[in-house]
Structures are given as structure tokens and as C-alpha cells.
Design a protein around this ligand. Structure first.
Ligand code: NAD
Ligand code: ZN
Length: 355
């Protein structure tokens, strides 16, 4: 087991990464002082795979468990589903000290986190991420949100979990396409902060090694960034590398393009913009693109009107007074934040990114 501490002013918590951890959640909760009721929020897919194992662990620790199921899919990360969960929490008579356990990928983590932050003005949250993306990224750092119309992720708050348990055994059942989705964020960490992670993906270190080493390395980078800038006022922005264009593609495609795929295309777009602005070398642009292709991720724009992608970008929360904010790679392992990327340049690059 690898333990990473996230030290924050209001709340310090542990991220535990390793195998066989689902079975230990009950004991962990006992150690944190939770004694009575506990609520699991998950979806049918993850519940079918891991619901019983988690529930068993909680019940052996003497906890009374309710499992609340949300349908599987990004479209259910909504206020409507949050509303249904509030009602079910009320029916179960969940109280201020009743922890909510988010068992699943980033969708469940964001939605259950949002509900935990708002139900009774906040109940304890435990993240139990089961996708690569959630283990390396979304379960850490306290950003919780739902989507609303075109406001992707924009209805939310910062709400740190009490504990994150990343059982890497769960990654074994992850569909190939979801593993690749997570790899997009892994490549992101490589480009923004640690070239050795990037190289490991480029050299195709076997998936199995990611289960133990990669997840912990990426989680440690995220924890470090969050400690320095919990509320995303500066440094934390760099985690949005690839996300300006990525989010726009997700929205314009009505979420038929998954987060990791959008981010992959967005990372290439931002690298291209960076090269045009004389910040990144041509060589590094080629290496970035090649590595993303090698990971089985897309690097060209899907068949969507450019207008719609550009329009979705206008709604981006990273927009600063007319210009767009982009995270631009300087080299592999270092990025800069640039608030002055001109729409015209973005348009030109994106036009060249259709197949
Ligand atoms: N809060 C943050 O900081 C943050 C950061 C990045 C992404 N996100 C959000 O995360 C979401 C994407 O998360 P995701 O990629 O995990 O998608 P997801 O939650 O939709 O999970 C992907 C699919 O894998 C299934 N699944 C989950 N665990 C499984 C397992 N162990 N075995 C088999 N199948 C499994 C799910 O049921 C789902 O069908 C997006 O909504 C994105 O906005 C949030
Ligand atoms: Zn992301």
C-alpha cells in the first residue's frame, strides 16, 4: 500500500493506493470514527462488480449500509439525479455525520461529491475511484460538480474528501477504451510535470505496472499541486492542459466523445498552438502527437462543425476577457499558462486538425 498525504489548511487526508483495499474500507472508516450508517453511491456497472465486496467490508465493521444507484453515464451527472439522491438520503435518514462513499469513476465521484457537499450543508465524503482516470485525477483535490446545459462541470464547489481509497485491483475489469481514457490524463501529468511518466507511456510500459507505480506517481503530482493551490487560483490551472479544447469537443459532441478522448485531442491542439507561438519545438510537438497516437487516443477533430466547437469554447470558464487561456507546453515536463491566446490562432489550428 502506498499512502500519499494531502495537507490542507482545513482538512488533511490520505490517499491509499494498492491492491485488496476495498476489503479494508470498513476498518478504515471505523478508524476515522464512523460507527452507524454509511451510504454508497455507485452505478449498476460498478455495483455489479464491486458493490458486494465493499458492502461486505462495511457490514463486517458493524455499519448499516444503503446503496444508492445512479444510471451509468455522463448525462446523469446532473442536478436532476442529485435531487433524487437527496430524497433517498432523506429516506435513509442520513445525518450530518453519515459518510457518503463514491464508488466508481469520475462521473460518480463528481456527482456523489456534489451531493455530499450540499446535503445537510455537507456530510463526510470518501472517494473510492475505480477507473484509471478517477484514481489518477478526479478523486483527488475536492472539485465536485454536476453539468447543467452547456455549463460542463460549472455547477459545483470545492469539497475535499476525508479519505481516498484507490484499489488498483478494480482496474483489471476496466474496458480497454476506459483505460485509454485514463492514459490521456497520465500523459497530461507527464507533459505538465514529469517527463519520466511521459516516457513510460511512450515506451509502452506494460499496463500492469501502471496499476502499482503509475497511479501513485500521478496521484502524488496532483496532491502536490492541490496542496499548493487548493482553490485553483494559480498553479492548479496547469492541470487543465488539453482541457480548453477538450471540454469544447465533449460539449459539442453531446458527450459522445469521452473526457479522455477530448483531452487527447486538446493536448495536441495546445501543443500545436504552443509551437505556432514559438514556445514549443517542432520536435516536441511531433513527440507529443506520436505518444498520444501510440496510446490509442485520437489526435484529429471528430466530424463536428468548427463553429460549434468554437462556440462551446466561449463558455469555457478558463476564458479571460476576450482572449482564451491555454496551458501551453514549453517542453515535455513543463508548461506555461497563457491568457492571451487569440481566437484567430485557435481557429486556424483547429481547422488543420480535421482528418
Ligand atoms: N473532479 C475532478 O477534478 C475531475 C477531473 C477529471 C475528470 N473529471 C470528471 O470525471 C468524469 C470522467 O470519469 P471517468 O473517465 O472515470 O468516466 P466514468 O465515471 O463514466 O467511468 C467510465 C465507465 O467505466 C465504468 N467503470 C467504472 N469503474 C469500472 C471498473 N472498475 N470496471 C469496469 N467498468 C468500470 C463506468 O461504469 C463507466 O461506464 C467526467 O465527468 C469528468 O468531468 C473530474
Ligand atoms: Zn481531465
Amino acid at each position: 500500500v502506498k499512502t500519499i498525504k494531502v495537507n490542507l489548511a482545513q482538512n488533511t487526508y490520505e490517499i491509499r493506493i494498492g491492491t485488496g483495499l476495498l476489503e479494508q474500507v470498513g476498518n478504515r472508516l471505523e478508524a476515522l470514527g464512523f460507527k452507524e450508517k454509511v451510504v454508497i453511491i455507485t452505478n449498476p456497472t460498478v455495483d455489479g462488480l464491486y458493490g458486494q465486496k465493499l458492502k461486505g467490508s462495511l457490514e463486517s465493521a458493524g455499519l448499516e449500509v444503503a446503496t444508492l444507484i445512479v444510471p451509468d453515464g455522463e448525462e446523469y451527472k446532473s442536478l436532476e439525479e442529485a435531487g433524487k439522491l437527496y430524497e433517498q438520503l432523506g429516506d435513509f435518514q442520513a445525518e450530518r455525520n453519515t459518510p457518503i462513499l463514491a464508488l466508481g469513476g469520475g462521473v460518480i465521484g463528481d456527482l456523489a461529491g456534489f451531493v455530499a457537499a450540499t446535503y445537510l450543508r455537507g456530510v463526510p465524503l470518501v472517494q473510492i475511484p475505480t477507473t484509471l482516470l478517477a484514481q489518477v485525477d478526479s478523486s483527488i483535490g475536492g472539485k465536485v460538480a454536476v453539468n447543467h446545459g452547456k455549463l460542463k462541470n460549472n455547477i459545483g464547489t470545492f469539497y475535499q474528501p476525508r479519505l481516498v481509497v484507490a484499489d488498483t485491483d478494480t482496474l483489471r475489469t476496466l474496458p480497454e477504451v476506459e483505460f485509454k481514457n485514463g492514459l490521456a490524463e497520465v500523459i497530461k501529468y507527464g507533459i505538465i510535470s514529469d517527463k519520466t511518466i511521459f516516457d513510460a507511456v511512450a515506451e509502452k510500459v506494460p499496463e500492469i505496472e501502471w496499476y502499482y507505480i503509475g497511479v501513485a506517481r500521478c496521484a502524488a503530482i496532483k496532491a502536490d499541486i492541490v496542496e499548493k493551490d487548493e482553490k485553483d487560483l494559480g498553479l492548479r490551472n496547469i492541470l487543465n492542459y488539453g482541457h480548453t479544447v477538450g471540454h469544447a469537443i465533449e460539449i459539442a459532441s453531446d458527450y459522445s466523445i469521452k473526457h479522455g478522448q477530448g483531452v487527447a485531442i486538446g493536448m495536441v491542439a495546445a501543443a500545436w498552438i504552443s509551437r505556432e507561438m514559438g514556445i514549443l519545438s517542432q520536435n516536441n510537438l511531433v513527440t507529443i502527437r506520436k505518444t498520444i497516437v501510440g496510446a490509442g487516443l485520437p489526435v484529429t477533430l471528430p466530424d463536428l462543425p468548427l463553429e460549434e466547437i468554437l462556440q462551446a469554447m466561449q463558455h469555457d470558464k478558463k476564458k479571460v476577457s476576450g482572449h482564451l487561456r491555454f496551458i501551453l507546453p514549453k517542453t515535455i515536463g513543463e508548461v506555461v499558462v497563457n491568457d492571451k491566446v487569440e481566437m484567430g490562432l485557435v481557429e486556424k489550428i483547429l481547422k488543420g486538425m480535421y482528418e
